[in-house]
Write a protein that binds this ligand. Structure first.
Ligand code: SF4
Length: 616
């Protein structure tokens, strides 16, 4: 068995401007990339020339519409740069679709066939499905008669059935974790000839269906002393990456950073408690995780063996025991050479555990912040609050961790006044990291929004752009194949338009302040326990002096806490004699100056301490 990474082979053949303008952008910055990257392959998935042409026409129409709809957008916006490039280089897109992709697919199919494989598995995530389907067709055109099996995180049950109905080059589609079913299929091929094992996870084409048989699942063979791990999450050793690094060294990507992915868990522990309403994770996808004693040596081994500078955790939400145990152990094991790491987390992380991330080196965390409005966070069942999110962003600033997050808006059933409150809160935290984007929430398959949207959603249908990928399927099959949907939700009465537009422009202002590094709110200790505050969140900077009681109160509000919590902390210091009514008065005074955030009886220090021993 071998793993074949074809991405570098493809990128190397693309015009450099195309890969910079299209492929190197992040999906969340440009939602149109969700269909563009899939769409450029789509026409090659079809043998019927009229269907292939319909796909090509749909791609051309969609790009034209994107350019026309967005030509007046403000310069500097990420989408604007992409649109500008597309409008001036439409012939480059044509060259990629008409010449580069068929040649790439043909070469790749030839290489795979020369490997003599009985089974070729194709993996898709959000937007590689058309690339997989067009490769499947090219393999058949080159005479490949082995099994072609599609799977990956982007395939759910109904999508699998839609794909197998619509694309005859596929023999089977795997739903969920692919390792075990694929292994069983290979074992059956080796021992039983063409008869295939029966599994709920594998949807066979009708052609192959008659050849199935029920097989007793064999017990996994375990050697004495061998460490166990959760079935379905393989331990990576870096084997099979050699070809990737060899090709990279021969391409224009030789000098670029390589991000090495690793996996600790699959699924999300929050789904079982209260799945976020916009989340597209399949409901029956069971949470599973390695233990720290398996994960730590695996990640250290990958880092050292591959000489990796940047390691990317592929988990959707790093489990809490791994935040507590794995992260500090990794920091200790890799302390001789700090690296860059990326993790997705939820924001409810205690301060000392967040600090442990910073010991790894340069760390980017993608927290599920989503909003700075507690009512909206409750509405989307996030299980967090605005003050918790701000606390997370502030601690990240203190520890030098980069948070990478988005703000979502436009939820069915939302109250437009929530955006008014959020906008005013944002103006107090321009000294913290800004969101990457403010995006209209998407309607995803498997999401509670799609299931429960009811009257707020109006007519729901798959994105029009799916006609590029699936130009000839009927409406019912398209419903099965789609992951992204449109609904007429939000703004039904128009009241939400202005508050949301104001929110977006405030986010842009915040991003500009963040990029220029000009916004600050710092607190410096001076004599006798008092402190100086330098407030440069808005255009003109202000300097304030706070007495020792205010300084102690701010210290006590390092973690969001109520009045009793603040007083309890003061009890342990020189300001223990301060009456709680005075503490409350001072908290509200400082909240009025934007130095403290108050939410539902909890208070949080917004300042960033400098030169305060032991604080940060
Ligand atoms: S959005 Fe994130 S935190 Fe919420 S259920 Fe999905 S994966 Fe879990």
């Amino acid at each position: 068995m071998s793993v074949y990474y074809a991405n570098l082979d493809f990128y190397e053949q693309l015009p450099e401007a195309f890969s910079t303008s299209v492929l190197k952008r992040h999906f969340w910055d440009n939602p149109c990339l969700f269909w563009l990257c899939d769409g450029i392959f789509a026409t090659h998935a079809y043998s019927d020339q009229s269907v292939a042409k319909a796909s090509q026409d749909a791609l051309d129409r969609t790009i034209d519409r994107l350019v026309a709809d967005n030509k007046d957008r403000a310069v500097g916006d990420n989408l604007d740069q992409l649109v500008e490039w597309l409008s001036g280089n439409i012939q480059d897109v044509g060259h990629v679709v008409g010449t580069i992709i068929p040649s790439f697919l043909s070469t790749l199919a030839g290489q795979l066939i020369s490997g003599g494989y009985d089974v070729i598995g194709l993996g898709t995530f959000f937007n590689q499905t058309s690339a997989c389907l067009s490769l499947a067709r090219m393999l058949r055109l080159h005479g490949y008669s082995g099994l072609i099996i599609l799977g990956g995180a982007g395939v759910t049950d109904s999508m699998a059935r839609g794909l197998i109905r619509s694309f005859r080059n596929l023999d089977a589609v795997v739903v969920g974790d692919g390792e075990l079913p694929l292994g069983e299929i290979c074992r059956a091929l080796a021992t039983q000839g063409s008869a295939m094992p029966l599994s709920d996870q594998v949807i066979w084409s009708e052609r192959r269906d008659s050849q199935r048989f029920e097989q007793v699942k064999p017990e996994p063979v375990r050697r004495r002393g061998e460490r166990t791990t959760t079935p379905g999450i393989p331990v990576l050793t870096g084997d099979g990456y050699e070809r990737f690094f060899k090709i990279r060294s021969q391409t224009r990507f030789a000098g670029e950073d390589v991000q090495i992915p690793f996996e600790i868990s699959r699924g999300c522990y929050w789904v079982a408690r209260s799945k976020c309403t916009f989340c597209g994770i399949a409901d029956d996808f069971k949470m599973k995780a390695k233990t720290p004693h398996v994960a730590v040596p695996e990640i250290v081994g990958l880092a050292e063996r591959l000489d990796a500078d940047y390691l990317v955790c592929a988990d959707t939400a790093l489990p809490k025991n791994h935040i507590r145990v794995t992260v500090p152990q990794l920091a200790e094991s890799l302390k001789m050479r700090r690296r860059s790491f990326f993790f997705e987390v939820r924001v409810d992380i205690p301060k000392e555990e967040l600090r442990a991330f910073s010991q790894l080196g340069n760390v980017v965390l993608q927290p599920g912040i989503e909003s700075l409005s507690t009512p909206l966070l409750t509405h989307m069942r996030k299980g967090t609050s605005a003050i918790q999110n701000i606390q997370f962003l502030r601690w990240c600033r203190i520890f030098g961790i980069l948070p990478y997050y988005n703000i979502l808006h436009g939820f069915p059933g939302e109250d437009p006044t929530w955006y008014v409150g959020m906008k005013s809160l944002m103006r107090h935290v321009f000294h913290l990291s800004a969101p990457r984007t403010a995006t209209q929430v998407m309607l995803l398959r498997n999401s509670p929004l799609l299931r429960e949207g009811g009257q707020h959603l109006g007519v729901v249908k798959p994105w029009d752009e799916y006609r590029i990928m699936y130009p000839a399927v009927d409406a019912e099959s398209l419903d099965d194949l789609a992951y992204y949907f449109n609904g007429d939700f939000s703004d039904i009465d128009g009241e939400g338009i202005k508050p949301r537009a104001d929110l977006i422009s405030t986010v842009r202002e915040w991003q500009r302040a963040d990029r220029s590094g000009t916004a600050f709110l710092m607190r410096d200790k001076v004599d006798g326990g008092s402190c100086a505050v330098y407030d440069g969140r808005m255009d003109s900077a202000v300097e304030l002096t706070l007495d020792s009681v205010d300084a102690a109160i701010l210290d006590a509000g390092d973690e969001a806490t109520d009045l009793d919590g603040v007083c309890e902390k003061l009890e342990r210091g020189p300001e223990r004699a301060t009456l709680s009514s005075h503490v409350l008065q001072r908290l509200f005074d400082m909240a009025g100056k934007g130095l403290v955030l108050e939410e539902r009886g909890k208070f949080l220090d917004l300042t960033i301490p400098i030169n305060i021993g032991g604080r940060s």
